[in-house]
Design a protein. Structure first.
Lengths: 114, 116
């Protein structure tokens, strides 16, 4: 079974802090994704990566950056956390170049910025 | 423009009832895929099914069935004899061949509560 592991289940940070959310997958997937999930807004794509050191902006990249130095790891960085970034963050991965590959998700990180 | 609409925000049923979750999509592409995902209270989204635009055959997997109708641009999901473990948020999603091929268009989800 594919396993996508997010480093923290719950995180509480202060406004202005730099925050790192880590995600690791163990199935050699090419594609990795970061979403945030908010009530009433569904899942919104922040960034995705289709290869090591490659990244593309999703629908809401402002205030975030990402890093993919190794194929199995995809990090989401909040350069200066703000209260409007309080949310559930979901990491996912998928295989290959095709648009039809199912996503495999981690358990999520619930981030609270105070 | 591409869009996925799940008109039912919340549904509540009693165990053993049948329930259908609606999904309506919009796309200009002739080649696309549709997906259903389940998000139980634990939070991890789980892939349930994928359907391509050229295959309108209905699919059944145990108590789950899916009805894909291109004529109405719908991909509805039915749970037969629902159980408490079916309580979750269910998401429908669309992936197009012509667009950015790694992005999914998501519906907002339907929260299903199955009560004992």
């Amino acid at each position: 079974d594919v396993k996508v592991t997010q480093s923290s289940r719950y995180l509480v940070k202060r406004t202005g802090e730099k925050v790192f959310l880590e995600c690791v997958q163990d199935m050699d997937h090419e594609n990795m994704f970061w979403y945030r999930q908010d009530p009433g807004l569904g899942l919104r794509l922040i960034y995705f990566s289709y290869d090591v050191k490659m990244k593309e902006k999703g629908d809401i990249p402002e205030g975030y950056s990402v890093s993919r130095e190794k194929k199995e790891r995809f990090s989401l960085i909040l350069e200066s956390a703000s209260t409007n970034q309080t949310s559930m963050y979901l990491c996912a991965s998928s295989s290959g170049q095709k648009y039809n590959s199912p996503l495999h998700f981690g358990n999520g990180t619930r981030l609270t910025v105070t | 423009a591409q869009k996925v609409t799940q008109a039912q925000t919340e549904i509540s049923v009693v165990e053993k009832e049948d329930v259908t979750l609606d999904c309506v999509y919009e796309t200009r592409d002739t080649t696309y895929y549709l997906f259903w995902y389940k998000q139980p209270p634990s939070g991890e989204l789980v892939f349930l099914i994928r359907r391509n635009s050229f295959d309108e055959q209905n699919e059944i997997s145990g108590r789950y069935s899916w009805n894909f109708q291109k004529s109405t641009s719908s991909f509805n999901f039915t749970i037969t004899a629902s159980q408490v473990v079916d309580s979750a948020v269910y998401f429908c999603a669309l992936s197009e061949a012509g667009g950015n091929n790694r992005k999914l268009i998501w519906g907002l989800g339907t929260s299903l509560a199955v009560n004992p």
